[in-house]
Design a protein around this ligand. Structure first.
Ligand code: FCB
Length: 477
């Protein structure tokens, strides 16, 4: 099966024709309409408003204070891998500027901030000695959040595998899952309960699809059968990470962070239902089923075949580890997928600057209600949702990202509807707090609420940031 991906080259794909009226987004923004118009939707008391970032995308300081190289350093420095040859060497220089950034987070009114911890900063070789200067950075960050009344949410792995581990096989090697558990234990020990919510692995699917099938993310490998063994080892790392936290006796909560794509039939031909189902297997159930049900989806296993690296790589006891009970599920929603009778995909909705992303707010409702129905997680947080805009500084110095305001508003309205229908959604994080290194797209794509002028590292609140601050203070849309 050739898998889809959020970053597959999809710009040239044919459209499936006129949009069926039943699929129109709930709150379409008419030309000239006010994206800030209030919808009169109040969120539950205590709902957490946040934004997210990740280490490699914002920190820079690639060799500072003993940080080791990661696969993303290697990949980005390889000619032709990223737009303009961009790297995360400097990024938004957050490692040096974190204190000012914490003030911006406070000024924005965020109640929860999701960031990631760089494994090679904490453990430069991915095993063995801990680099205390690296850990100290995250101590300062976490303390700074608490001082400002903001709740930290930390992801342990957001794709920056230490290069030394990659040299020994990376995620194809089962041992990497155990190395991850050691690293996680060191972080849990150092930060303890000052981080109330931990997330294990960010978007394992993106590592699988983009890193090991399409190869346009680090480590840039193209080997589809092996990619699904990587999926298993990432799942194992998740389970071992959960066990490691429990072993500390911590009262902090933990869960996985999955990017989920609602999959729909592109037409009403009954023959399309089977390919939609298999697509859903590869996009969603391959990651959810082992975590919540302790098995892999039958249809995906059958499609891979008994001799596949995935099937061969599942050892006795693995699924018990992977399905350790978690406390919270982090959902990241960006785009729906429309599957055709022949198992291909088409786009039904306008895309953003990211050609893989169709704007379909109702997908937020569909995916949140679906995971609640099928997996019953004790709590859900949305840890990423957002879009890139062609943001430019206007004559008056402001950045008018009206499209971001309406995108966020419409998706939040769908999240609100999901809460009303019983989804245990407790918080929401915009991707992203600030513009940053968007992987293979480098600095060409701006996803932030806060504009970063990379030449000066000046930060500017965009219109969306000012709007979001009002939403947060009113706890309503
Ligand atoms: C998510 C990633 C995040 C960022 C957004 C746009 O898949 O987790 O780092 O790239 O997409």
């Amino acid at each position: 099966m050739s898998v889809p991906t959020r970053r597959a080259p999809s710009a040239g794909e044919p459209s499936a024709g006129p949009i069926p009226p039943a699929l129109l987004p709930v709150a379409p923004v008419e030309p000239g309409a006010d994206p800030e118009a209030r919808l009169g939707l109040r969120f539950p008391e205590g709902f957490g408003w946040g934004a997210a970032t990740s280490a490699y995308q914002i920190e820079g300081a690639a060799t500072t204070d003993g940080r080791g190289p990661s696969v993303w350093d290697t990949f980005a420095r390889t000619t032709g891998r990223t737009a303009n040859g961009d790297t995360g060497d400097v990024a938004a220089d957050h490692y040096a500027r974190y204190a000012g950034d914490l003030d911006l987070i406070r000024d924005l009114g965020l109640q929860t901030y999701r960031f990631s911890i760089s494994w090679p900063r904490v453990q430069p070789d991915g095993r063995g000695a801990i680099n205390t200067r690296g850990l100290d950075f995250y101590r300062r960050l976490v303390d700074g959040l608490h001082e400002r009344g903001i709740s930290p949410m930390a992801t342990l792995f957001h794709w920056d595998t230490p290069q030394a581990l990659q040299d020994g096989g990376g995620w194809v090697d089962r041992d990497t899952a155990y190395r991850f558990a050691d690293y996680a234990s060191a972080v849990f020990e150092a930060l303890g309960e000052s981080v109330p919510v931990w997330l294990t692995i960010n978007e394992p699917k993106t590592v699988v699809q983009n890193g090991y099938i399409i190869g346009h993310h680090a480590p840039g490998i193209r080997d589809e059968p092996v990619a699904y063994l990587v999926a298993h080892h990432l799942a194992l790392a998740h389970g071992l990470g959960v066990q490691a936290l429990r072993a500390t006796g911590s009262a902090s909560r933990i869960g996985g962070a999955l990017n989920l794509h609602p999959c729909y039939a592109a037409d009403d031909d009954p023959a399309t239902l089977a390919p939609v189902r298999l697509y859903d297997g590869y996009e969603n159930r391959l990651y959810l089923d082992p975590m919540f049900k302790g098995y892999y989806p039958e249809d995906v296993l059958a499609d891979q075949g008994p001799a596949s690296p995935l099937v061969q790589g599942i050892k006795d006891g693995d699924l018990e580890i992977i399905s350790q009970p978690t406390d919270i599920l982090a959902v990241q929603y960006y785009t729906p997928i429309y599957v055709t009778t022949d198992g291909g995909t088409v786009q039904k909705w306008p895309t953003t600057v990211a050609a893989w992303q169709q704007v379909y707010p109702q997908g937020m409702y569909d995916i949140l209600t679906r995971v609640t129905r099928d997996y019953a997680p004790p709590a859900i947080t949305v840890t990423e949702n957002g879009l890139p805009c062609p943001d430019e500084i206007g004559m008056d110095g402001s950045i008018d990202d009206a499209a971001r305001v309406s995108f966020l508003r419409d998706h939040l309205a769908e999240a609100h509807r999901a809460i009303s229908d019983g989804v245990p959604l407790e918080s929401y994080h915009v991707w992203s707090l600030m513009d940053n290194f968007e992987w293979e797209a480098g600095y060409d794509q701006r996803w932030g609420l806060i504009y970063v002028d990379y030449a000066t590292q000046r930060r500017i609140f965009k219109r969306s940031a000012n709007w979001y601050r009002k939403v947060i203070s009113g706890n309503s849309l």
